[in-house]
Design a protein around this ligand. Structure first.
Ligand code: PLP
Length: 344
């Protein structure tokens, strides 16, 4: 049995998506003439409570477009110490927008708004001025943790009092809204721009969207072209995203239940530690006494794939293509590795 827990990006498009892709009505999207893309953009903008949306090939491109639109070279942006933008986008803000990334701490996935306030820079002859505050929800490197909605008005107030925009990296925003049983708008209405991804737990082969005001999206459309992301009859991909919005959001609750089961079982085993408080959605981070790459290799011998992201930390992600039997198989594999390593 093979159980792939490396990421929710390994999910395959469902038969309903394949069908919708085959039948999609299309046009040239660079001219704004793809009806399926237009439908998707309107739908996402409405769901997230903003005026307009833009379909992008990747979440990374959407994040980098937002940063480019909101800044000028020599500005600074604030990202958290563990953010996707800082760790996994190849210094994109420096390369593509000519801005400096400043960081704020996020211990155990929690934001301290005062720590953000202290790091805002006022521009002068020597200092880049902070223009943009980036936040991430759910938080990938912090374990799929949820940004408490009650922090949003506080962050908005800080941003407004210093002339900052807020960009929300919501690659897994729907995981947060399903986990808390609230509308995604409890976060998005406080942000100036938001990225959501269809290619993670929602199972689409490709695609993210950026939302914001009409003026913001108009500029984002130009920057997408600059970054090489202007696409043509791309309704074939947007069609899958529309199916995802109809059918794949509510079921994220199953991924969360399975992550919980996995986390609680592994937390009991020798040689592993799991901070159960951070297991809030579809991710489980396991601290390993043995080197994580060694544990990763041994699990792979049992057909269980995960990622050693740090020297003593593994990441497991539950998703549509792992069922209850897969989770039980993964638990047995962890038990076997725990016994084999014989650590206390
Ligand atoms: C995956 C991810 C992205 C980027 O998405 P891609 O489509 O892989 O470029 C951005 N932010 C977070 C938090 C992510 O998990």
């Amino acid at each position: 049995m093979r159980v792939d827990l490396r990421s929710d990006t390994v999910t395959h498009p469902t038969p309903a998506m394949r069908q919708a892709m085959a039948n999609a009505e299309v046009g040239d999207d660079v001219f704004g003439e793809d009806p399926t893309v237009n439908r998707l953009q309107e739908r996402v903008a409405e769901m997230l409570g903003h005026e307009a949306a833009l379909f992008t090939p990747t979440g990374t491109m959407a994040n980098e477009i937002a940063i480019k639109v909101w800044t000028q070279p020599m500005d600074a942006i604030l990202v958290d110490e563990e953010s996707h933008i800082l760790h996994y986008e190849l210094a994109g803000p420096a390369v593509l927008s000519g801005v400096q990334m400043d960081t704020y701490p996020i211990p155990h996935g929690r934001i301290d708004p005062e720590a953000i306030r202290r790091r805002i820079r006022i521009a002068d002859d020597h200092t880049p001025g902070t223009r943009l505050l980036c936040i991430e929800n759910t938080h990938n490197r912090c374990g799929g943790t949820i940004l408490p909605p009650e922090q949003m008005p506080v962050l908005r107030q800080i941003a407004d009092s210093h002339g900052l925009r807020i960009h929300l990296d919501g690659a897994r925003l729907f995981n947060a809204s399903v986990a808390l049983g609230v509308s995604p708008q409890v976060w998005t209405r406080y942000a100036d721009s938001v990225m959501v991804a269809f290619s993670k737990g929602l199972c689409c082969p490709i695609g993210s969207a950026l939302v914001g005001s009409r003026a913001f999206i108009q500029e984002a459309h130009r920057v997408r072209k600059l970054f090489g992301g202007g696409m043509r009859q791309v309704g074939v991909l947007a069609a899958a995203c529309l199916v995802a919005l109809d059918t794949m959001i509510d079921r994220l609750a199953e991924d969360h239940r399975r992550a919980r089961r996995l986390a609680e079982a592994i937390a009991e085993m020798r040689g592993f530690r799991v901070d159960l408080e951070t297991v809030q959605t579809n991710m489980v981070y396991v601290e390993t006494v043995a080197p994580a790459p060694e544990v990763e290799r041994r699990l792979a011998e049992h057909g269980v794939l995960c990622l050693a992201l740090d020297p003593h930390r593994l990441r497991l992600v539950t998703h549509h293509d792992v069922d209850d039997a897969g989770i039980e198989h993964a638990i047995r594999a962890f038990r076997a590795v725990s016994d084999a390593l014989g650590v206390h």
